[in-house]
Design a protein around this ligand. Sequence first.
Ligand SMILES: Cc1cc2nc3c(=O)[nH]c(=O)nc-3n(C[C@H](O)[C@H](O)[C@H](O)COP(=O)(O)OP(=O)(O)OC[C@H]3O[C@@H](n4cnc5c(N)ncnc54)[C@H](O)[C@@H]3O)c2cc1C
Length: 288
Amino acid sequence: MIPGEFIYHRPSSVAEAVAILANHGEEARPLSGGHSLIPMMKLRMAAPEHLVDLGGIADLKGISEDGDMISIGAMTTQHELIASDLLGSKLPIIRETSQLIADPQIRYVGTLGGNVANGDPGNDMPALMQCLNASYVLTGPEGDREVSARDFYEAAYFTKLAPEEILTAIRIPVLPAGHGYAYEKLKRKVGDYATAAAAVVLTMSGGSVSFCAIALTNVADTPLFAVEAGDILTGSTLDAETVKRAVAAAEAITEPASDGRGPAEYRTKMAGVMVQRALARAAERAKG
Ligand SMILES: Cc1cc2nc3c(=O)[nH]c(=O)nc-3n(C[C@H](O)[C@H](O)[C@H](O)COP(=O)(O)OP(=O)(O)OC[C@H]3O[C@@H](n4cnc5c(N)ncnc54)[C@H](O)[C@@H]3O)c2cc1C
């Protein structure tokens, strides 16, 4: 329950925050909603000497549309994602996923940026961002760089984020109106990380799939973008045989941990079941 001692910083600009991080290297950590970092500090699994609270930086908030891209500030909370009419109409899978994350109190403070930067394979947003082909804007002493969510995750808690960088925004291409979507998550109870979960977005045209992206949560050290499964389904009518092949392709890339959520074999099978359910719901929702 008792974290180690640390020095608290509250910068008011991204530049100031980056300068503090650059000064202290691995000894400093950004603090967003604090609902993954503080629990780790209380267990002394993380013991940063400097906490750089991003809560005073107005630039990190907000959801905006720019042409065919939506940009979400890293400090936007899960609650704000759910409440956003823009996201509700353009990318409704974000609301559906957020509502399956944690509980109301955590969603008031937990941020999208913290969820995707954390690197815990249990987090739901990383696979969703891979499914949506989002990219992360990382700001460091040398300026900004953009990394695709599909390339960002290296292993559990290892990502492309450098210690002196801050994730400032998440950029997501808008999907066509009438696209189908679903996030299916199997969990033991409210607030639990997934035993397995699947994000699916697709478009239909004349009864067949014109585009399909699938990603998986918590069935490997990292979120998984299921390239082959999506490719198999593209061009199909979602007939049972093709869906079966796609599900098998998704299951084949999993490498789950065996833990309180069950043995690895079960979680792999559940990843397949979640893909199948998400596909069925996404197809029902798709127009075209
Ligand atoms: C009981 C409980 C249940 C939960 N259930 C779920 C769940 O079902 N699904 C789920 O996805 N999550 C779940 N969470 C996690 C929760 O949503 C976290 O809030 C979230 O993962 C981290 O976001 P945060 O804003 O709290 O980040 P923080 O805890 O502040 O930070 C997390 C990590 O990311 C780094 N970081 C944060 N922001 C940035 C940034 N902008 N740039 C660079 N690095 C940054 C921090 O340094 C830290 O290492 C749960 C948490 C709890 C306590």
